[in-house]
Ligand binder design. Structure first.
Ligand code: HEM
Length: 142
């Protein structure tokens, strides 16, 4: 475990032509969720998180893998259902993205910030569309 962490510290991945160290990703995710936990509105859906260090590790791997890196810990993600269960909507997404982009700005260089911002906006849109589809399907069953 310790060895794997040491190896990851020096690893990097390139997405949209921009290089990210594993440590860049970890520092953004770590800072972001510390802010989420204290955010006036976002802290409500995130009450489901029992173990923040574990959540931060999972989310660090999620972004690492999304950027093309290899998975290094056992973890299965089902974001569409988790978000539906958490009451995901446009308002929460706006708060989330605003805070996330602030965190990117504070921790990354401009190229990294722009690339990750773009990817997060795209993912947010996709999550919203999937969420609306589930909501519509549920309503049809009444
Ligand atoms: C671009 C925007 C977002 C991305 C890329 C994203 C990504 C993710 C991912 C990958 C997970 C882990 C899913 C899993 O473990 O299966 C997760 C969990 C979660 N997200 Fe998001 N998310 C976004 C926005 C939001 C928003 C706006 C909310 C507010 C409702 C939210 C609330 C949550 C909650 C409550 C969890 C579950 C935490 C837990 O209990 O394990 N997310 N998110």
């Amino acid at each position: 475990m310790k060895e794997r962490k040491e190896k990851l510290k020096d690893s990097s991945v390139t997405v949209l032509g921009v290089k990210f160290g594993h440590s860049d990703i970890h520092s953004v995710v770590d800072a972001f969720y510390k802010e989420v936990a204290g955010h006036i509105r976002l802290k409500v859906p995130f009450k489901s998180v029992q173990d923040w260090p574990e959540h931060i590790d999972r989310m660090t791997q999620f972004w690492w893998v999304s950027f093309g890196g290899k998975a290094y810990m056992f973890s299965q993600y089902s974001p569409v259902w988790k978000h539906y269960g958490a009451g995901f909507n446009q308002e929460y997404l706006d708060d989330w993205l605003k805070l996330f982009h602030k965190t990117l700005k504070e921790h990354l260089n401009i190229e990294q910030m722009m690339a990750w911002k773009k990817i997060s906006e795209r993912m947010g849109k996709n999550l919203l569309v999937s969420n609306e589809m589930i909501k519509a399907q549920k309503n049809e069953n009444f």
